[in-house]
Design a protein around this ligand. Structure first.
Ligand code: NAD
Ligand code: UDP
Length: 346
């Protein structure tokens, strides 16, 4: 029974982690949060408390710190781990590859070692559709070959490979689920938690939201000559609350199945172009979003969207929120928190 089962959530103050904490609490689990706040604010967890009425245990700990991580495991009866902690900016990873490997790969190895020491071998790992590289066709199935094109993507694939190796070892008891996210966007419908990138956003939807709120002058549309319906890039945007529900479904499965390493796409199965997203955001906010067509961004692909059927068949999970709701919820969050968590009262 899930009641009161404690689940360690690394990176639980971050964008996805904070939404997953809400979903875990609502499903009857107790998230135990570990975060070094390198890309997040503790106030996000105050907001989780405000939404759920529950204050999860929180530790300001870096997952690379084996001793302090061990103390967290010693203080709690952890049954499973959801591993979100890591660095995630593709561009930055090309200039800071050692940081990315040290944190994402090194940190994961330390976490897995501490888990072994405490006999915890159930894990859900945040992977990414970036491991598919430029796929030969869409929609993308989990069986498609992986081919990474940047250090960030490589760290995800390396950790996936480590987990596959651990599961394949003789007498292995590791029970792991690799979730490959497509493009998480949106925010909790309360407008209390959402995505709060440091500096100028790299991703499309947070960039549009900051144009809408007046922090940035206009959007550059990277590439208008792709072989897509309007020439702009097509992606599978998934509401972060649907993504969080996918994690709870994967966790519930983890408690019922024999140890192995499985992988699921978490996406909607539908792709939208940059211009379609701009239009949907304008409709949701009632604001015009100024934009200019610009050259392609190096490394970008034309289109990427999931075949989400495996998650539906095996987890009984599929997305419920459409692009309109993604944009409405993004706008509510951004409007209520124009400077993210920095200036807002908790
Ligand atoms: P995020 O940056 O908001 O959250 C990551 C959290 O991990 C932050 O709170 C950060 O402070 C923390 N962290 C980083 N290094 C740490 C360390 N060494 N010790 C402890 N805490 C640490 O990012 P997010 O968007 O919530 O992403 C969560 C995970 O999902 C990441 O692993 C990311 O690579 C993966 N992912 C994200 C996306 C996306 O578009 N957001 C897509 C695919 C995969
Ligand atoms: N994009 C854009 N302008 C921006 C940021 C992104 O036109 O300022 C485009 C990008 O080229 C891609 C889509 O929006 O086609 C989604 O980009 P994002 O960085 O959000 O996600 P990813 O590239 O990881 O799929």
């Amino acid at each position: 029974m899930p009641e009161q089962q404690q689940v360690l959530v690394t990176g639980g103050a971050g964008y996805i982690g904070s939404h997953v904490c809400v979903s875990l609490i609502e499903a009857g689990f107790t998230p135990v949060v570990v975060d070094n706040y390198s890309n997040s604010h503790e106030v996000a967890l105050d907001r989780v408390t405000q939404i759920t009425g529950v204050r999860p245990p929180v530790y300001a700990v870096d997952i690379r710190d084996e001793q302090r991580l061990g103390e967290v495991f010693a203080a709690h009866d952890i049954k499973a781990v959801m591993h979100f902690a890591g660095l995630k900016a593709v561009g930055e990873s090309t200039t800071l590859p050692l940081e990315y490997h040290g944190n994402n790969v090194g940190g994961s190895i330390t976490l897995f070692r501490v888990m072994e020491q405490h006999n915890v071998r159930k894990l859900i790992f945040s992977s990414s559709a970036t491991v598919y590289g430029d796929p030969a066709s869409v929609p993308i199935k989990e069986t498609f070959p992986c081919q990474v094109t940047n250090p960030y993507g490589r760290t995800k694939l390396i950790v996936e490979d480590i987990l596959r190796d651990m599961s394949a070892a003789p007498d292995a008891q590791w029970n792991t689920t690799l979730l490959r996210y497509f493009n998480p966007v949106g925010a909790h419908e309360s407008g209390l938690i959402g995505e709060d990138p440091a500096g100028i956003p790299n991703n499309l939807v947070p960039f549009i939201a900051q144009v809408a709120v007046g922090n940035l002058p206009y959007l550059k549309v990277f590439g208008s000559d792709y072989d897509t319906r309007d020439g702009t890039g097509v992606r599978d945007y998934i509401h972060v609350v649907d993504l969080a529900a996918g994690h709870v479904a994967a966790l519930e499965q983890l408690f019922q199945v024999a140890p192995e390493c499985r992988v699921y796409n978490l996406g909607t199965g539908t792709g939208y172009s940059v211009l379609e997203v701009v239009k949907a955001f304008s409709e949701a906010s009632g604001l015009e979003i100024p934009y200019e067509l610009a050259p392609r961004r190096p490394g970008d692909i034309a289109q990427c969207f999931a075949d989400p059927e495996l998650a539906w068949e095996q987890l009984g999970w599929r997305t419920r929120r459409d692009l309109k709701q993604m944009m409405e919820d993004t706008w509510r969050w951004q409007k209520r928190n124009p400077q993210g968590y920095r200036t807002s009262e908790s």
